[in-house]
Design a protein around this ligand. Sequence first.
Ligand code: NCD
Length: 529
Amino acid sequence: MKKNIFHGRTLAVIGDFTLEERRYLFEQTRRLKRALAEGDRAVIDRYRIDDPDFGLYEVFLEDSTRTKESFKNAAQFHRIKLNGLDVSHSSINKKESYADTFNTLAGYDNRLFIVRSTLEGVCRWLEDNGKDFAGRNGLEVPPAFINAGDGKHEHPTQELLDEFSFLEQLEWDYSSLHIALVGDLFHGRTVHSKAEGLGIFGQVTVDLVAPPELTMPDYYVKRMEDNGFRVRSFGSIGEYLAAGATAPVWYFTRPQLERMGDDILRRQDELRSRIVFKPEFVERIAEGTKFYHPLPRHKEHPTIPPFLDTSDLNGWENQSINGKLIRIVLLSLIAGKIGGDFQPPAGGGLEEKDDEAFLQEVEVSLSERPKQYAEGVNPISDGIVIDHICRGESEREIREHMSRIITVLELYGKGGEWVSHSGVAAGAKKGIIFRPGLTGFDGRQMKQLAAIAPGSTLNIIRDRRIIRKLRLHMPPKIYNFETISCRNTACISHPSNGESVPAEFYRIAGDIFVCKYCEKPHSFKEIWK
Ligand code: NCD
């Protein structure tokens, strides 16, 4: 039987579903929306899971109306078992870990969890943990997780319904999108999901409209640019309108007061005045423009004031209605009810990067007069020398990093380290660590060394000769070391959260790694504790 690739899938970030998979989901949602409008029972029933044993669990550790209730209503459409964890009376308050909590619920025949949390990267972690739990306990399909918003990180199902709503306005033309993101772009996870999500459109122009205190974090702007989006920034709606060439799609967000520090909260009125739409702006908006909002709106200080509810700008009500439809179809896909006919494009799928490519053997000539490592000390007769550390960096950086390498690899004992001329350019420096008596490193230490001292070489010396020389390159993935840690205190893997989640990083470019869970970028030096 052909595999339904949607069955049992986790949606932790919008990028978990490929562009083609999202297009398929939208196509199905369109069909369902039409069938519901026409009362076409036969088509509608094709989407229903209709299995009272299919267990869906809602676990909301932050407040919610739309996301929680639309999933609940979607579950009722499907006639499946629906439960909600009463978080305020659960053992989470007795400091039970996420892993233990969800393992318990998965053990009660629940297949899919909708999770909202202040901690970032929770669903990615639960997915891994759920696979292990399923393996240990003989569950045929591991539990799946849908991220219903994790801190400031992502909100992938909101992104799906937003894209669907924009496409309705654009009459299903995927070729381009010009959008203004207005409001709290710093704390809002719905706009952060857009850095990847909007890649579904061919040409993308994003206008960021927010005061500097609420502006989009650099990391997401960079991600948008890397995805080929044109990005422009404006400090207020007034400034944006004055610049002209405004977008036909405006996406407003609410100032996320609950995530703000005291200094920003104190200035909330002033900041809000720059992102609230005022009556005098209406005449400057081009015909056909639509406004969207993930909602909720603040009842006293909405960024889209209620006087606009009856105007043609109102796109947010239809957007909210779409939320239930998108979620019905998403559940149907993950339950394996629909999606069996989906054809992934040929050549698709993520390739696993070669984990071993971090080591490169350099030929050593045993006949040549060997380079002798000694500076102020006798040449080393037996031992190891790590050379070319932090080539070209300042002496201070080189020394700081050498001390980090020594701590991480526990290179204590006899030997020393020094800073020398590197030869790559006039005045350039490099670090060297030598340890007489050390015979070499095992594979794990070698990988650790490659990950902490990329670009360096490891020389193994016997009888005053270099018998082996290895050039070390950055590995594509760094994991399985107790000495690494994500720097984001809101990340599920951050030690301060006590969840015992092992840190893991992926290299995205140059020496930049992202945390597997919260996706925060780190330079390779930052990942070490
Ligand atoms: C958003 C959220 O929770 O991130 N709401 C929602 O899911 N519709 C936006 C918000 O709370 O401001």
